[in-house]
Design a protein around this ligand. Structure first.
Ligand SMILES: [Zn+2]
Length: 151
């Protein structure tokens, strides 16, 4: 399961009752993207929630793909957001706090940790391949990114 399948909407029940409809807890579930993040119901939310929901839509659902918001861009952008927080030096618990403040989302720190570990391993593997191919520039860039994530 991708990390984006393990990102949940905080106050889920409260939001569903404000919207007067139900949607899954998973932030990146198809129905959540439709109902909560790109639905017309946004006006029914209390102000604090509405701000966070709009912020999320602006930051992650801003593409013009035909299959929007089911094109994979929101997930890709969110993963980039997580890696950026990690590169800034945040650990799993702090990352979970920040996504709560920014977007009213939560995840289990253990899931974030596994995701970060996997990302480092993926970069390591790519680095080795680049070395085998003699592509030092690429290998060097991957190594730089890996070190940002593993410090
Ligand atoms: Zn897209």
């Amino acid at each position: 399961m991708a990390i984006t399948d393990k990102i949940y909407v905080k106050n889920h029940r409260q939001l569903a009752s404000q919207l007067d409809t139900s949607f899954p807890k998973g932030a990146f579930s198809g129905a959540t993207l439709d109902v909560l993040f790109s639905g017309d119901g946004i006006a029914k939310l209390d102000e604090a929630s509405r701000d966070r929901v709009l912020e999320f839509a602006e930051d992650f659902l801003d593409c013009d793909c035909q299959s929007h918001p089911h094109c994979g861009c929101p997930e890709r952008k969110f993963i980039a957001y997580l890696l950026e927080l990690r590169a800034e030096g945040l650990g799993p618990d702090a990352i979970v706090d920040v996504m709560g403040d920014d977007y009213m989302l939560y995840a289990y720190p253990g899931d974030v940790l596994s995701f970060l570990d996997d990302s480092v391993r993926t970069l390591e593997a790519a680095e080795r391949l680049a070395d085998v191919d003699g592509r030092r520039d690429v290998g060097g860039e991957l190594g730089r990114r890996r070190r940002q994530l593993s410090r």
